[in-house]
Design a protein around this ligand. Structure first.
Ligand SMILES: Cc1cc2nc3c(=O)[nH]c(=O)nc-3n(C[C@H](O)[C@H](O)[C@H](O)COP(=O)(O)O)c2cc1C
Length: 172
């Protein structure tokens, strides 16, 4: 698939088939994540691949109920101190955004569904996963074969989100 086709086909998937995901596919998406750019190449991230049902249940209780219905959950932690916050932007959050999207698009290419989960309570998740104190749990995604085929969710038009030269100026 061409990149734009992969980007267009991706959906947040919240229903999964029970079929397991091959280790090779898990490593493929992790490799895509590994290759992501980051602030000064600091690569502040660490991924935890979860297939254990009990652990997934804890993740589901702290976040989204559908989390334990996917065969795999990948949790992305990050060290906020590595890229630091040069300027006003906490770059570890940016870095995690990029690496997670690499992972998610590679999963789409392999016919796997994902759903970024950002709404969760971090404390119990850190505890169940033994995440060191100095790391934050920033994001997780489910991973598995989709059991739904949602329509594309709407997006704003380019005119609504793009300015030229200065904010609010349209293309000449
Ligand atoms: C940073 C971030 C956090 C998100 N957190 C959640 C979440 O906690 N639960 C959930 O069901 N979906 C979550 N989503 C998925 C969005 O709801 C979804 O991307 C959006 O509705 C557009 O749908 P689409 O991904 O199918 O295009 C999150 C997405 C992003 C980028």
């Amino acid at each position: 698939m061409e990149l734009m086709e992969i980007i267009s086909k991706r959906r947040s998937i919240r229903k999964y088939k029970p079929d397991p995901v091959a280790q090779e596919d898990i490593e493929y998406v992790l490799e895509a994540a590994r290759l992501a750019p980051s602030w000064a190449n600091t690569q502040c991230w660490h991924f935890i691949v979860v297939t254990d049902e009990e652990i997934k249940n804890v993740l589901a209780q702290q976040g989204m109920p559908f989390t334990n219905r996917a065969p795999v959950v990948i949790v992305c932690c990050a060290d906020p101190e590595k890229p630091g916050a040069k300027g006003d932007i906490p770059n570890y959050l940016v870095d995690v955004g990029i690496t997670m999207e690499h992972l998610i698009l590679a999963a789409t290419e392999r016919g796997l569904g994902t759903c970024w989960i950002g709404g969760f309570h971090e404390g119990p998740i850190k505890e169940v996963l033994d995440v060191p104190d100095n790391l934050r749990v920033v994001a997780m995604t489910t991973l598995g074969y989709p059991n739904q085929d949602p329509e594309a969710r709407g997006r704003k038009s380019l005119e609504e989100i793009v300015s030229y030269e200065k904010y609010g100026r349209s293309k000449k």
